[in-house]
Write a protein that binds this ligand. Structure first.
Ligand SMILES: O=c1[nH]cnc2c1ncn2[C@@H]1O[C@H](CO)[C@@H](O)[C@H]1O
Ligand SMILES: [Zn+2]
Length: 378
């Protein structure tokens, strides 16, 4: 009976309240929208103008085994998002799509510096996206669902604009920008290139996460935490390199892995994306299983819904199929994510107690009543 109540079926996964902390705006555009915006803006470089084919093209091209080649696919989404209207549309649709998948709280990130090709300024980019997220929240509410959107601004590791982007994040902190991130190719661009930026953010009491331990190993995670002061790790999968599991099954954590676990540093894990970039060999061999079993602060995320052909429900489904996770596990990941959000503490607590826990409880209880109904047919 307990198993029955706790079973994570496809339908329940979709309806369960979910939280995503690591989702890129320019990695989650609807293929139809890419095609339409390309037509409107005269962007001629798309490999096809058939939306179905384009969606498949993104997934296949991103399935490259290399982060650098994975990132090349963003040229097409970034290319069609160069106007305020395009940015607002993509942001509104992002909120709607996440909400339709049962996401109740999302932190979505993007790099403002990539959207200046047609003359927008950095503040204009941020304002357009914020307006789009607000519109998406309104449309979602009108459809009877609820989603709360937060924004993270990324600086690109290969560019030298992180100071400016951090200032932008601080300037818009009361308008829904909750934090900062460093994204882009990891190898050759250590986060310590931006030490001044991180010091500035700490002086401002601002939040930041860093993509680390995805395409590069432990030194990158160590730098992100100990030299830069990252509160969360984007991916962080390579932390397993500091964990030894003996043949008998006993586990030894190195000092960095212990530190990450002891301080409850959130790992923004993105299973599908990690397989696509070669950071993990397959879902069934993904380090998330070991890290979850050791009670690291693991969260589950989409990274790029377009490039991964994915959504939160699909990420959860893959994990349920691979590891036999139940609703209890999915609730644990979701509460972990909500605890780790850059939203103020009182609001995080309210979302956990008033939305997430009751949502999972209702799913378990439903099964209880169908059972009773089946035993006592009218
Ligand atoms: O998994 C990732 N690792 C590193 N960088 C990424 C990943 N996914 C997307 N981006 C980069 O972040 C930028 C801002 O959204 C994207 O344009 C892409 O270049
Ligand atoms: Zn990412």
């Amino acid at each position: 009976m307990q198993d029955e109540l706790n079973a994570a079926t496809r339908d329940r996964i979709r309806r369960a309240p979910k939280v995503v902390l690591h989702d890129h705006l320019d990695g989650g555009v609807r293929p139809e929208t890419v095609v339409e915006l390309a037509g409107e803006t005269g962007y001629h470089k798309l490999p096809t103008t058939d939306a179905g084919e384009l969606g498949e093209w993104f997934v296949n091209a991103a399935d490259s085994g290399s982060l650098e080649r994975y990132l090349e696919t963003f040229g097409h989404t970034v290319g069609v998002m160069q106007s305020a209207d395009a940015l607002a549309r993509v942001a509104a649709e992002c909120a709607e799509d996440l909400a339709a998948d049962g996401v109740v709280y999302a932190e979505v990130r993007y790099a403002p510096e990539l959207f200046l090709e047609s003359g927008l300024t950095l503040p204009e980019v941020v304002e357009a996206v914020q307006e789009g997220f607000r519109e998406g929240e309104r449309r979602t509410a009108a459809s009877g669902r609820r989603i709360r959107m937060g924004t993270l601004l990324c600086a690109m590791r290969q560019n030298a604009r992180s100071g400016e982007i951090a200032e932008l994040a601080v300037r818009y902190r009361d308008e829904g920008v909750l934090g900062f991130d460093i994204a882009g190719p990891e190898a050759g661009f250590p986060p310590t290139r931006n030490l001044d930026t991180f010091e500035y953010l700490r002086r401002q009491n601002a939040h930041f996460t860093i993509h680390a331990g995805e395409a590069f190993g432990l030194p990158s995670i160590w730098e992100a935490i100990q030299r830069c002061g990252a509160e969360r790790l984007g991916h962080g999968v390579r932390i397993v390199d500091d964990i030894t599991v003996s043949d008998s099954g006993s586990v030894r954590l190195g000092r960095l892995a212990s530190y990450v676990r002891d301080l409850r540093i959130p790992l923004e894990m993105c299973p599908t994306s990690n397989v696509q970039t070669g950071a993990a060999p397959s879902i069934s061999e993904h380090p998330i299983r070991l890290l979850r079993s050791l009670y690291f602060r693991v969260t589950v995320n989409t990274d790029n819904r377009l490039m991964g052909g994915t959504c939160m429900s699909r990420e959860f489904t893959e994990l349920v199929d691979a590891f036999g996770y139940t609703l209890d596990d999915l609730q644990w990941f979701t509460v972990n994510a909500m605890k780790s959000a850059f939203l103020p503490f009182d609001q995080r607590l309210a979302l956990i107690n008033d939305v997430i826990k009751p949502g999972y409880a209702a799913l378990r209880a439903e099964r209880l009543f169908t059972q009773v109904a089946a035993e006592n047919p009218a």
